[in-house]
Design a protein around this ligand. Structure first.
Ligand SMILES: Nc1ncnc2c1ncn2[C@@H]1O[C@H](COP(=O)(O)OP(=O)(O)OP(=O)(O)O)[C@@H](O)[C@H]1O
Length: 579
């Protein structure tokens, strides 16, 4: 466990070690008052009188010791907190680096709730353990061992009595630990589910209201938080008697020392002075002893948390190479491509060639695997079998940056960052000048609604997000793609949000975007792809036919059905408008 922490601690490890020694110093200053008390009591026991000066020096000694104990304790905690937050930062960066190497599709399918809990809550919860548990625990271990050594040197019989209640305390702690370990997994799962449900509830509020699903959705939310409460309470209920047991038994160093020690003194087995000294030291050791034991019980928790964080990300990395593109053209080829989510194949043996600067359309029923092929092409996932090549080069050999520079992917999700519209478009080409951004916005027909905004291009997307229609947001993402000007373009339902009024505009925008580009387009509206150089019909994860619109219409029954269905829906829309 310490090995893991030191791995993530790196440059902070020295501070952690320093904090342990500074806290150890605080512990020793905490023991001095007990030592001085012993010095005051000792002459009285021997019937000797003590001078005012003797007493004053020791009282001042107690005061200074307490002040110094406070100073070193504060300094030690400051160091341990600096080290803890540094370690947490390293842990977050390492996890983020691991996450970056994983398939984007996997990350998206995990859900925001799980990732938020992992990056924020789980890592934050380690702070208590790192800033207090470990440094205070380690310094307490050293402090306790030193004091015991002194006590054993003074009188080993009395020293043994001080640890008499320890076995029962440790037993109580072990029982608590075993109970806790059994329930830890359930507890973390219920916390993750609660996070996920809360985020889903908030994100889906609009749908919930529109479809009157308030009761149902609130029920799910309520169940998740009730489960979390129940798991937590069940855990605490099972643990608290043992917690109370060890909390009382471990610091009870006098439980056996007082009765049996008195017996030893009365029968001449131990000296009175030694007895008093051991009593004073035993009293001083209670708190550090408890901290030592608490630290030992914390260790498995830290280990559990770090391992569960790592396990969550312990998926295979995306197979991306470091090579630059050295193909001689931007033609694309899918060779025997097979892929499945969680072991279930959703696309099988796909063979498809797209010549440079041609348009290929993927059509097919919902769920036939069109978007999956697009995501494989932009390398959100690794193919399970086969290969996807650009200009003859396998995309898995290319660095993600090289691939991303070559391909513009416009999906159905029009995510806008909460930065200005100007910067949102500039995402397509970070070094573009304002003039270039404006030109792209103009080509994407964004000017009419950007000019409507009070701050124009400087309007924050978050501020205007609600004022922008789905089609307008889509045009912003198309402006990004126009600005990027990549040689290959993938459009996945890029006109999905366009209303009839917008549709024509969008078509024009797309015409401009794809001029002299290799284009892969997925569209439900078949009328928008009739001019494609080739149309590929997907059926249940396989390519059932490839040809032009005319060829497929004359001989492919699957395509005929799709075409007539799409014509019907267009007529229905037209009818609705006329009415
Ligand atoms: N992240 C995922 N995890 C598991 N299964 C998925 C995931 N994404 C898609 N699928 C499944 O894979 C199959 C193909 O989905 P895909 O989105 O590729 O189809 P599609 O033809 O693009 O559908 P649509 O036209 O409705 O967008 C479907 O059965 C779908 O349920």
């Amino acid at each position: 466990m310490l090995q893991k922490l030191f791995y993530y601690g790196r440059e902070n490890n020295k501070k952690t070690v320093r904090s342990v020694f500074v806290l150890l110093t605080a512990i020793f200053f905490g023991i001095i008052p007990f030592w001085l008390t012993y010095q005051i009591i000792l002459p009285a026991i021997h019937g000797e009188s003590i001078s005012a000066g003797y007493l004053l020096i020791r009282v001042l000694g107690v005061l200074f010791s307490l002040i110094l104990q406070g100073y070193f304790y504060g300094k030690g905690l400051a160091l341990s907190h600096e080290a803890a937050y540094g370690t947490l930062m390293n842990l977050r960066i390492s996890l983020q680096e691991k996450l970056e190497k994983q398939p984007l599709g996997e990350i998206q399918s995990r859900g925001v709730g799980v990732l938020k809990k992992m990056f924020v809550d789980d890592i934050d919860s380690l702070e208590l353990l790192l800033a207090h548990g470990i440094p205070e625990g380690l310094s307490s271990v050293m402090g306790v061992l030193t004091i015991y050594l002194v006590m054993f040197l003074v009188d080993w019989k009395l020293a043994l009595l001080t640890i008499g209640s320890l076995p029962l305390g440790i037993l109580s702690m072990m029982i608590m630990y075993v109970i806790g370990k059994e329930r830890m997994g359930d507890y973390y799962q219920s916390a993750q589910l609660m996070n996920h449900t809360i985020i889903e509830y908030i994100n889906g509020m609009e749908v919930v209201k529109v479809f009157n699903k308030g009761g149902e959705s609130f029920e799910k939310y309520k169940t998740a938080i009730t489960n979390y409460r129940d798991f937590t309470l069940k855990w605490f209920r099972a643990c608290w008697p043992w917690m109370a047991g060890y909390g009382v038994l471990i610091p009870s160093t006098l439980l056996l020392t007082l009765p049996f020690g008195s017996y030893f003194v009365l029968n001449g087995y131990s000296g009175l002075a030694e007895f008093i000294l051991v009593l004073c030291l035993a009293l001083s050791i209670g708190i550090p002893l408890l901290r030592t034991m608490s630290f030992l019980s914390l260790a498995p928790q830290i280990r559990y948390k770090i391992i569960s964080l790592e396990n969550l990300l312990d998926k295979e990395d995306l197979k991306s190479g470091l090579k630059e593109f050295h193909g001689d053209n931007y033609g694309v080829e899918f060779i025997n491509v097979t892929f499945g989510y969680d072991g279930t194949e959703v696309v099988r043996d796909i063979n498809l060639k797209m010549k440079q600067n041609t348009m290929t359309a993927l059509v097919g029923e919902s769920g036939s695997g069109k978007s999956t092929l697009a995501k494989l092409f932009v390398h959100y996932y690794d193919v399970k079998k086969g290969a996807i090549c650009i200009g003859g080069q396998d995309i898995s050999q290319l660095s993600l940056k090289t691939l991303n520079d070559m391909v513009s992917y416009v999906s159905q999700d029009n995510f806008l960052f909460n930065i200005s519209l100007m910067e949102n478009i500039r995402v397509g080409k970070p070094d573009a000048s304002d003039h270039e951004v404006m030109e792209a916005a103009h080509k994407a027909q964004c000017m009419e609604f950007i000019n409507r905004m009070p701050l124009g291009f400087d309007t924050l997307a978050g501020d205007c997000g609600n004022q922008l229609s789905g089609g307008e947001k889509q045009r912003i993402t198309l402006a990004r793609a126009i600005l990027k000007d990549a040689p290959i373009v993938v459009l996945d339902e890029a006109t999905a949000y366009a209303d009839p009024e917008n549709e024509e505009k969008m078509e024009e925008v797309i015409e401009r975007l794809v001029e002299n580009k290799t284009l892969l387009v997925i569209a439900h509206r078949l009328s928008s792809v009739v001019r494609a150089d080739q149309i590929c019909v997907m059926e249940k994860g396989q390519l059932s036919a490839v040809g032009t619109h005319e060829e497929l219409l004359s001989c492919c029954s699957g395509y005929q059905e799709l075409w007539y269905a799409s014509q019907k829906s267009a007529d229905w829309k037209l009818g609705k408008e006329e009415a």
